[in-house]
Design a protein around this ligand. Structure first.
Ligand SMILES: C[S@@+](CC[C@H](N)C(=O)[O-])C[C@H]1O[C@@H](n2cnc3c(N)ncnc32)[C@H](O)[C@@H]1O
Length: 258
């Protein structure tokens, strides 16, 4: 076997910044910022801002008269976000849980939440918080994957399917929230403006392994008895030999607050 299971734990902040700088990350993020129609003077909220990936771009679009508030619950992420935005006066970083947003009601013109709802306890409660935080006419951008659509090429298609099923059922809390974004947003009182999908493509094994947790999650699936060890290890070794192909659907919904 040229590659065996056992992936080291990644530095999450570095990984998120790297992922955002790659083609798939850049494309959907630029689309989202364009759809949000950010204007000078806007107050914009980035919920689950992570290492501050998008804060500089948001600050640039709202200008010196605008304000950017980045919220995350992870102090390590926020430390990186503070470092990255130290020179930008209009950016404020707040440590908080998305279920209790630290902003005054009706004060936000634009908000975004990018790959966060899949992790939170209650996506519906977070959307209700966003509804409270935003002004009438505000635009809110939601981006989430649909992990049920994860397609990994292998001669052993059954194990690829078992891996996807394990990811959706055991690894990610709300693995299919992407396809439900419009429904959830309407239930929270928003109006849907735009729905688009992107399909991030991975043709580099190391990148796919890191981002999709192929080795890490396969190892867990084997340890928990969901996938046979011999089969899982052979599957992973086959992926490492390449050529590698994996993709999934990423859903973007932009909604407005009536
Ligand atoms: C996949 S990262 C995305 C980061 C950023 N939105 C980006 O596009 O790079 C998910 C982020 O959501 C944050 N997060 C998860 N659950 C949260 C919660 N309940 N409240 C606040 N932040 C949360 C994590 O700490 C992490 O920084």
């Amino acid at each position: 076997m040229s590659k065996t299971l056992g992936v080291p734990t990644p530095d999450q902040a570095t990984y998120m910044l790297r992922a955002a700088s790659e083609d798939a990350g850049r494309t959907y993020k630029r689309q989202l910022l364009d759809l949000l129609d950010l204007r000078p003077g806007h107050t914009v909220l980035d919920v689950g801002c992570g290492p501050g990936t998008d804060l500089p771009a948001l600050a640039e679009r709202v200008g010196a008269s605008g304000r950017v508030i980045g919220v995350d619950q992870d102090p390590a992420m926020l430390a990186t976000a503070r470092e990255r935005t130290a020179a930008v006066d209009t950016v404020e970083i707040r440590e908080a849980d998305a279920h209790v947003l630290p902003v005054a009601p009706g004060t936000v013109d634009r908000a975004k939440i990018d790959r966060v709802l899949m992790h939170v306890r209650s996506p519906a409660e977070v959307l209700a918080q966003l509804h409270t935080a935003t002004r009438t006419g505000a635009l809110v951008g939601l981006v989430e994957p649909d992990w049920d659509t994860l397609a990994v090429d292998s001669e052993d298609l059954e194990t690829s399917r078992a891996f996807t099923r394990y990811t959706t059922e055991k690894v990610v809390r709300h693995a299919t929230v992407g396809r439900g974004l419009a429904r959830l947003a309407v239930q929270a009182g928003f109006r849907i403006e735009t729905t688009i999908t992107n399909a991030p493509l991975f043709t580099d094994f190391e990148h796919g392994d890191h981002t999709l947790g192929l080795g890490r999650n396969m190892q867990q699936a084997i340890a928990e008895g969901h996938i046979d060890r011999t089969r899982g290890e052979a599957w992973f070794a086959g992926l490492a030999r390449g050529p590698f192909y994996a993709s999934f659907t990423l859903v973007t919904v932009v909604c407005s607050r009536p």
